[in-house]
Design a protein around this ligand. Structure first.
Ligand SMILES: *Cc1c(COP(=O)(O)O)cnc(C)c1O
Length: 360
């Protein structure tokens, strides 16, 4: 198979080691003589798998004891609704910061259950920065942020400070596990797996245990965090194979030395790429320097009259795929999640340099 570097924003590249061991699980899971794909979620092996996966993520993220880890379905998008359904009082209000399309979608869902105060937005500049110095509303139950904006390529480097009567909720779909974070700052964190954790089909939720007690409205059983927490994410049939791939990814992260090591590698990879975008006369970054994401790196042509497709084809011929920018930004976007090897970033940089020699 020809080596391809996949810069897709999601579903995205996974560690080869995690893919290889997942293939083994499909053939013969833990010497059971059965494929994981055909095993009951009530079997000892699968119950063990969930326990191991949860323990691995607790260890990697240093999750405090008063938090629960849930493995759910419905993607990050279902969390846009589950968060206000479970955590917003009747006639209550919540603060949201609008840093892109995903935040905007979360806001629309919350508005179905109560009042939203948009206390910061960078929409006026096509989401090229993270709004800072936001003022928390006195009556808000929580503040919702998107820690990394997959489409626009901005990322929080410091989380907003909040007072004691409220808590932070974060959509961390595209940067969870990329660095160490202080979980205790958050009431709830959610992340669709297919960016930086594993394949599509499973969504990670980390929730502070006291928030289960909130029962503001009558909601469907499946929408309640309490339902899933009280049954260790096995109230109904969970996405067992997706969780297996997640676990293999977590094992890979642990072997690498955990999240501090991963963060150093991510800083290095992104640093090299931003340096080249800055140096190369054909390209520029549309994003405010201090808010640039280490995970999703958008870049555009610097008014050189070349069609985007020329560069995309140039990349494809060198095994670099899915570099087209999101339609709302245009240009290019290199998603360089944990699993993108440094070599992939280096090949991209060489390709940009070769392209400059040919076309400038
Ligand atoms: C991809 C993405 C989503 C949507 O995830 P789904 O799992 O497809 O629902 C939400 N938020 C962010 C930040 C994302 O990157």
């Amino acid at each position: 198979m020809k080596k391809i570097y996949n810069f897709s924003a999601g579903p995205a590249c996974l560690p080869q080691q995690a893919i290889n061991s997942s293939i083994e699980s499909i053939k013969n899971f833990k010497q059971s003589g059965m494929s994981l794909l055909e095993m009951s979620h009530r079997s000892v092996q699968v119950v063990d798998l969930f326990e191991e996966t949860t323990n691995n993520i607790i260890e990697l993220l240093n999750i405090p004891k008063n938090y629960s880890v849930l493995w759910l379905q419905g993607g990050a998008s279902l969390q846009f609704s589950m968060v206000p359904m479970n955590l917003l009082p009747i006639a209550g209000s919540a603060d949201y910061i609008d840093t892109g399309s995903w935040s905007a979608k979360a806001i629309i869902e919350c508005e179905k259950f109560g009042k939203v105060n948009v206390i910061g937005s960078s929409k006026d500049s096509n989401y090229s920065y993270i709004p800072k110095d936001v003022q928390i509303s006195s009556n808000s139950s929580y503040l919702h942020i998107t820690s990394n904006n997959t489409i626009y390529g901005t990322q929080y480097k410091n989380f907003p400070e909040i007072n004691n009567n409220t808590f932070l909720v974060a959509d961390m779909s595209s940067d969870i596990l990329s660095k160490t974070i202080d979980i205790s700052k958050f009431g709830l964190i959610y992340a669709g797996a297919q960016k930086n954790i594993g394949p599509a089909g499973v969504t990670l939720v980390i929730i502070r245990s006291d928030l289960f007690e909130l029962k503001y409205r009558d909601i469907p059983t499946m929408m309640s965090y309490n339902t899933h927490a009280s049954k260790d994410s096995m109230f109904n049939t969970p996405p067992v194979f997706s969780v297996c791939v997640v676990n293999e990814t977590l094992k890979w992260l642990k072997q690498l030395g955990g999240l501090d090591s991963m963060a150093n590698i991510n800083e290095l990879k992104a640093g090299l790429l931003y340096e080249e975008i800055n140096r190369n006369t054909l390209f520029k970054s549309p994003i405010n320097k201090e808010d640039r994401s280490l995970m999703n790196v958008p870049f555009i042509f610097d008014d050189n009259g070349i069609d985007d497709k020329v560069f995309l084809d140039f990349c494809l011929a060198r095994g670099l795929t899915t570099l087209k920018g999101h339609r709302s930004v245009g240009g290019f976007r290199a998603s360089i999640y944990n699993a993108m090897p440094q070599k992939g970033v280096e090949v991209l940089i060489e390709t940009m340099q070769e392209f400059e020699k040919r076309y400038s």
